[in-house]
Write a protein of this length. Structure first.
Length: 304
């Protein structure tokens, strides 16, 4: 698939914002590290909402007619994109209600916190399933796709939460442990995803034609002499050396460097979070670039 920078930014930014808000609500609910102050919760909540909003706005740039974005709300029964749009729209007023409960110290804020967590997880899952539900793309059609979206969003959110925690009087040790645990879990899930995508077993041109033969089927003519929408959007060639360099950047900036900074220098949590987000931008670009749609078989690919 050809990576769209607006979608890459959307999935990383909104994932970090949703992860931050879910963890912020849980930290408030369980008084992690002695509990966050009202100012910390409000500032963390605003940061999370800004990240989610920035991501959602960015996602509309990929539309041919952004003014038609409202149509995403009309297919809730059959479309993961529609479900994401509906739940994301409901998420903002719910977060505002929760933050208002925190500000005015209302007794129902704990219940609102639970709803924020549940809805944040729901939006993240719906975003992941936009891609994970696509059977023509073998690399995406796996439970590892939603697992990675959930864990990586929470890993980057945990680093942002650590930054929020270290700016107050909260004991930050539990937040460091939380960030390291989520970074480790995210790295393990990403490793499993990469291991799966490197395995053979995808469709071949023979499968596409329904031909059962030991002979190798070859494409002699793609049927067109100029690029088409399908070849522009769904056929993308990524050099192995370029992919290897990007994957190294993912491991270095997305996981290793943030973990070392969070463990050794918690005061540098913002730097760790920014490094992690940079690494996740590379990870998400690879997520799209390495995905091979079965339509590529009709444009010269031998296996997807």
């Amino acid at each position: 698939m050809r990576p769209a920078l607006s979608i890459v930014f959307f999935t990383v930014s909104s994932g970090a914002g949703l992860g931050l808000l879910a963890l912020l609500a849980l930290a408030d609910l369980f008084k992690l590290g002695g509990g966050l102050s009202v100012a910390q919760i409000l500032s963390g909540g605003m940061l999370g909402l800004v990240l989610v909003a920035a991501g959602l706005v960015s996602s509309t740039l990929h539309l041919a007619n952004p003014k038609n974005a409202w149509r995403a709300f009309t297919r809730f029964a059959t479309s993961w994109l529609s479900r994401e749009a509906v739940f994301a729209a409901a998420f903002f007023p719910l977060c505002a209600l929760y933050l208002a409960g925190v500000f005015w110290q209302q007794p129902w804020r704990a219940f609102a916190a639970l709803l924020v967590v549940a809805l944040a997880w729901t939006v993240l899952y719906c975003t992941a399933m936009i891609y994970g539900s696509l059977k023509p793309i073998r690399q995406w059609h796996t439970p590892l796709t939603p697992l990675n979206y959930l864990l990586l969003g929470h890993a980057s959110g945990a680093l942002l939460l650590l930054w929020v925690a270290e700016r107050g009087q909260t004991r930050i040790a539990p937040y460091v442990v939380l960030a390291l645990a989520l970074l480790s879990a995210g790295a393990a899930a990403k490793l499993a995803y990469y291991a799966r995508t490197r395995r053979d077993g995808g469709a071949t041109l023979g499968h596409a034609l329904g031909v059962k033969t030991a002979a190798q089927v070859k494409l002699l003519d793609a049927g067109h002499t100029h690029g088409t929408f399908l070849s522009a959007e769904f056929v993308f060639t990524l050099a192995r050396a370029h992919a290897a360099r990007l994957r190294a950047a993912v491991w270095a900036f997305g996981f290793a460097a943030p973990a070392l900074l969070a463990a050794a220098f918690p005061d540098a949590a913002l730097g760790a979070a920014l490094l992690c987000l940079a690494g996740l931008l590379a990870e998400r670009w690879l997520f799209f670039a390495e995905a091979q749609h079965t339509v590529a078989l009709y444009h010269g690919a031998r296996r997807v």
